[in-house]
Write a protein that binds this ligand. Structure first.
Ligand SMILES: [Fe+2]
Length: 316
């Protein structure tokens, strides 16, 4: 699988064949599907996730290239899917401050400026490994950097209602965290939805996936997801949207480019800017980001690789 996806000649052949046939389906990196987007306007959405910003292995150069490639897409709206920095959860604020600085330098370059979701790595000092005290509010750094009041919120763009959730619940101890949408957010989502029409197409963002086939594809068909890989109360979350038009769910966390269609809703897991945590491809997904074009009745997804060759030594 990795060989196939990393083989540029095969990829080029697929693209050429698809282009010459005028096909709707193009390649494993590009797909078009019918969607209940109603009369909402065309929206070109940049979706990038899982950067795991750090300073080693020339990764700031990679982020520079990624930003350049993203800006070339001329998006109307940008959303960042979380894990903007690496290892905040178990590190002190001082340790990760340079990583935040490096990410923010990239963030300021992206046009238009991205709406960020929080990922598990973006919590700071939730459970420090160095024995320093845990933070009273591990979300403080994220909120402060982006001048936000809450990690979950909603806004409207081009006829779409966009909801970004905070899918991390800190557990502490050996379990550290789980994927979970807490009661406070569930109540807020209900309230938020009560103010929009049932036809309005909704884009929902959650760092930890509501639905993914990652575990079954990589570990075995009968293997259950661990509590930190998916949102445990996913069915409750989806049930809240039952009477609404949930067109698209944007997910991150597992670093693969994945596409699931379930009951009219499309779930996209958006790969990773850092690939396999800066070691190259992860289960066939190279370092990249997504561009989604939403049109009346149709959505396009393309996973765009920005051409990074990993410089992380194999032994670290
Ligand atoms: Fe991640």
């Amino acid at each position: 699988m990795t060989d196939l996806c990393n083989n540029p000649s095969r990829r080029d052949v697929l693209r050429t064949l698809a282009a010459s046939a005028g096909a709707v389906w193009l390649s494993p990196w590009r797909v078009t599907w019918a969607a209940q987007t109603g009369d909402a306007n065309t929206l070109r959405l940049l979706y990038y996730t899982d950067l795991h910003t750090r300073l080693e292995w020339d990764t700031p150069i990679a982020l520079d290239r990624a930003a350049e490639s993203m800006n070339a897409q001329k998006a109307d709206l940008s959303i960042a899917g979380g894990d903007l920095i690496t290892d905040g959860f178990q590190s002190s604020a001082n340790t990760v401050a340079p990583r935040w600085d490096a990410y923010m330098a990239m963030h300021r370059r992206i046009r238009p400026e991205a709406h960020p979701m929080i990922g598990n790595h973006d919590l700071v000092a939730a459970d420090p490994d160095d024995g320093s005290p845990a933070s009273d509010n591990p979300r403080h750094e994220f909120l402060d950097r982006f001048d936000l009041e809450r990690t979950y919120r909603s806004f409207d763009a081009a006829g779409y209602h966009i909801i970004l959730l905070d899918s991390i619940e800190v557990l502490g101890g050996d379990r550290r965290y789980r994927g979970y949408i807490n009661a406070e957010q569930m109540e807020w989502v209900r309230e938020d939805l009560s103010s929009i029409s049932r036809d309005t197409p909704i884009i929902l963002g959650t760092h930890i996936p509501l639905l993914t086939n990652f575990t079954q594809a990589t570990e075995g068909a009968t293997i259950a997801n661990p509590f930190h890989r998916v949102v445990e109360n996913n069915r409750d979350v989806l049930a809240v949207f039952g009477d609404h038009n949930l067109a698209l769910v944007l997910q991150g966390h597992v670093h693969v480019d994945e596409f699931i269609r379930w009951r009219g809703t499309t779930f996209i897991t958006g790969g990773a800017v850092c690939g396999r945590w800066w070691r190259g491809a992860w289960h066939g997904t190279n370092e990249g980001f997504g561009v989604i074009t939403l049109r009346p009745g149709r959505i396009d997804w393309e996973y765009i690789e920005y051409g990074w060759t990993a410089r992380r030594p194999a032994h670290v």
